[in-house]
Design a protein around this ligand. Sequence first.
Ligand code: KG4
Ligand code: ZN
Length: 314
Amino acid sequence: MIILGIESSHDDTSIAIVENNYVIFNYKISQVNVHKQYGGTVPEIASREHYNNFYILLSKILQNYNLNKVDYIAYTKKPGLIGCLQMGKIFAHALSKILKKPLIPVNHLDGHIFSVLLTNVKTEKKEIKYPSIAFVVSGGHTNLYYLEDKKNKILIGQTLDDAAGEVFDKVARALNLGFPGGPVIDELFFQNRLKNLKKYHLTKPKLKTEFDFSFSGFKTQIINIIKNKENNEIDLIATLFEKTVIDYIVFVVKKAITKFKPKSLIISGGVSANKYLREQCLLLHSNTQLPLEEYTTDNGAMIAIAAMLLIKNK
Ligand code: KG4
Ligand code: ZN
């Protein structure tokens, strides 16, 4: 089964072709540089960028792929920025009409969950063992799910304020490290993790609900620390931030594993590119499934694979 997947819910425009779980190609244009100057995504500009980018990506695809081979057209239905989602929907509808192929609307979060099944090796097969705990952690979401089986997922925890990726971005901005913050802070963490971090202290939140998260307090604490910082200690502060936030996430996910005893653990979304998080999650469960790094952030391939499972599980 060959599916064309379209993603445009936020600031990435992406079109992919996926055959079963093998990614034939995953083309993507990121708008990060366009929105950087505004300190965050501007919805109206993002929608217009998607319009231009779809044209660029489709022109590239038409040069080297025969779209008549595609069986279905999948696109992100929700959640996301309304104008951006509309662009994807219109584009998907047009392709579906022209190619005479059925349309499959997909939930963006299912895309992230099932991105762990994507492979760049044609003969490699991957599957999820149920029940599973799935943690979708990105710039917009921090959702913890119990996946009972192929069809039923239960949200057991979520952030009560900022998303995890959002706090990486906000802390990076406070530390003058640029945007997006995750990759820069992660790099600094690996350069400095063996240094003595005890000079500063960050308190982890204590919530009444077992599997929810709170991240906004980290940003406030960092801002208070840097009021008195010495300039050369930014690296140490960023390192302590990553260590504390990831240890906190791992602590909550571990509680869910102890309670639900899942057969697999899925971690996906932009923040799942974090090397320390990946390292710690592999220690948490003998069957931890992570997406390949290129499929951690928003992409069309994850929309195609989620659509494939919808069709197969019908
Ligand atoms: O999934 P994504 O592309 O977009 C949303 O759906 O939000 O995730 C982007 C987020 C950004 O906040 C970025 O800082 C974060 O993922 N991110 C990371 C890393 N790489 C990207 N956060 C922590 N460590 C990383 N290595
Ligand atoms: Zn996403």
